[in-house]
Design a protein around this ligand. Structure first.
Ligand code: HPA
Length: 259
């Protein structure tokens, strides 16, 4: 069912790999509790579809960034369209979820990390709204890429529900879709990165350009390349995802009622 804008909703969740539906029991069969808002943007021919659903009785918007069937690889996601649509819908806060590889030896598969920094190693992505076609200010302050209040809330609520999380970490955002070489991971380690994923940027910067508070929960799904004797396989990643996303959902449930 399609609905019109609900001005009461100002929080959105962006789901990553394995996280295609906000409430898992709706994965097979959509119910009338999911409604949709189709938003036209200057960046796509097709409108961006926002799902509107309740998490613990709080209504939020939800976008699965890879699409519900995981058809969009990290470098093909239209980050600008997604962020624009959320802004148009009145969203002021975003909690994003990302699957990542662990570089820091303490960040094992299954760990949750709330990063406080990011290094952007991506290339060729449409990474800004400031393309010379409008008069918006074009140099955002990005010293601290994640919203401090949202990060504090995620960390505090995790403590409240006794869910272990790492309260800081540097996110290396690589281009993908291939995984990294062992040498690339050693370089990221020397750069001070703790986790590596492919979808952290330009999402975080675009949110800042639109003045939307943004933070993310990352779930470590594999040791990064060359850091374990075992090869990285999608089957192993899927297993960690299905267990770890239960923790992510618990944390989201605890946080949304406070926002
Ligand atoms: N590297 C990059 N992106 C990822 C990884 C990784 O090891 N695991 C999950 N997303």
């Amino acid at each position: 069912m399609s609905v019109s804008l609900n001005p009461a909703i100002d929080l959105a969740i962006i789901g990553g790999s394995g996280f295609y539906h906000l409430n898992p029991h709706r994965a097979d069969k959509e119910t009338q509790q999911t409604t949709y808002l189709d938003i036209t943007t200057p960046f796509t021919n097709e409108p961006i579809r926002l799902c509107q659903e309740a998490v613990n009785t709080t209504n939020v918007y939800f976008i699965p960034r890879h699409g519900v069937e995981h058809t969009l690889p990290p470098h093909k996601i239209n980050y600008r369209a997604n962020l624009w649509a959320l802004k148009e819908a009145g969203v002021q806060k975003i909690i994003a979820v990302n699957a990542v590889g662990g570089i820091n030896p303490k960040m094992n598969p299954g760990s949750l990390v709330i990063p406080d920094q990011i290094i952007d190693y991506t290339w060729g992505r449409e990474h800004s709204f400031f393309d010379g076609l409008n008069s918006l200010h074009d140099h955002i302050d990005f010293t601290y890429p994640y919203d401090a209040q949202l990060r504090d809330l995620l960390i505090e609520e995790a403590k409240e529900i006794e869910l272990p999380v790492f309260g800081k970490g540097c996110f290396a955002c690589t281009q993908g879709p291939r995984l990294e070489t062992a040498a690339e991971i050693q370089k990221l380690k020397r750069d001070g990165c703790d986790i590596v994923g492919m979808t952290g940027m330009p999402e975080a910067a675009l949110a800042r350009e639109l003045n939307i508070a943004y933070a993310c929960i990352t779930l470590v799904v594999n040791p990064a390349a060359g850091l374990s004797k075992e090869t990285i396989t999608i089957d192993k990643i899927k297993k960690v995802l299905s267990e770890g996303l239960q923790d992510v959902r618990k944390l989201l449930g605890a946080c949304v009622v406070k926002l």
